[in-house]
Design a protein around this ligand. Structure first.
Ligand code: ADP
Ligand code: 5GP
Length: 189
């Protein structure tokens, strides 16, 4: 199979990586979104097979045993997330490059496995205060989960130096322009 390139977006939760990933998917860049598997429950309007493959914990564990994942992490206590090997094959079969929205460890894991053809972007919030505000304004998590995500962010920020690019998502329009420029450069030059 002729395989495409991999573009990874990682960031503390609330930084805006999903917003930027969705923006990129709307541009004409032949990108396919890697739908991850997760053991967490669907949130809001999330759809199985589009936002995630929602698996129960037992099925997720079976897939780990079968070696079906390229990478997986217990991102939050009790919630597993992972990239299925079959997902990479599905996207490459369509002739597209793969776009990932995954946690920091998972992102670096993908880069370690495909060092030559991965571009890993770390999306950084302008400050922890702003990160907290975005998480609260998004209104998708309860207070416990917001704290869980904020607590994790300091450790995640330390990994930014291991990424190919660090994008500060302050002004959203500027961040969109910058992300498009970076990705086009990686894909076409
Ligand atoms: P992540 O995927 O990193 O958890 P999201 O893309 O869901 O983050 O963004 C978190 C929240 O912040 C969303 O409500 C989103 O609309 C908002 N947001 C994203 N980028 C910006 C920005 N540059 N300025 C203000 N709000 C933003
Ligand atoms: P959420 O629950 O907000 O959708 O995602 C929580 C975190 O899990 C985010 O940081 C997201 O990027 C990460 N994540 C989503 N899919 C994967 C995956 O396949 N592997 C890993 N390692 N992390 C993932």
């Amino acid at each position: 199979m002729k395989t495409g390139k991999l573009i990874v977006f990682s960031a503390p939760s609330g930084s805006g990586k999903t917003t930027l990933v969705n923006y990129l998917l709307e541009q004409n860049l032949t990108l396919g979104f890697s739908v991850s598997a997760t053991s967490r429950k669907p949130r809001g309007k999330e759809e199985n097979g589009k936002d995630y493959y929602f698996l129960n914990k037992d099925t997720f564990r079976e897939k780990i045993k079968e070696n079906a994942f390229v990478e997986y992490e217990e991102v939050y206590n009790g919630s597993f997330y992972g990239t299925l090997k079959s997902e990479l094959e599905r996207i490459w079969r369509t002739g597209k490059h793969i776009l990932f929205d995954i946690d920091v460890k998972g992102g670096l894991n993908i880069k370690a496995q495909y060092p030559e053809k991965t571009f890993a972007v770390f999306v950084k919030p302008p400050s922890i205060k702003e990160l907290e505000k975005r998480l609260r304004d998004r209104g998708t998590e309860n207070e416990y989960k917001i704290q869980q995500r904020l607590n994790k962010s300091a450790a995640e920020l330390k990994f930014s130096k291991d990424f190919d690019a660090v994008l500060i998502n302050d002004d959203l329009n500027k961040a969109k322009e910058e992300v498009q420029r970076l990705v086009e450069k990686f894909l076409f030059s």
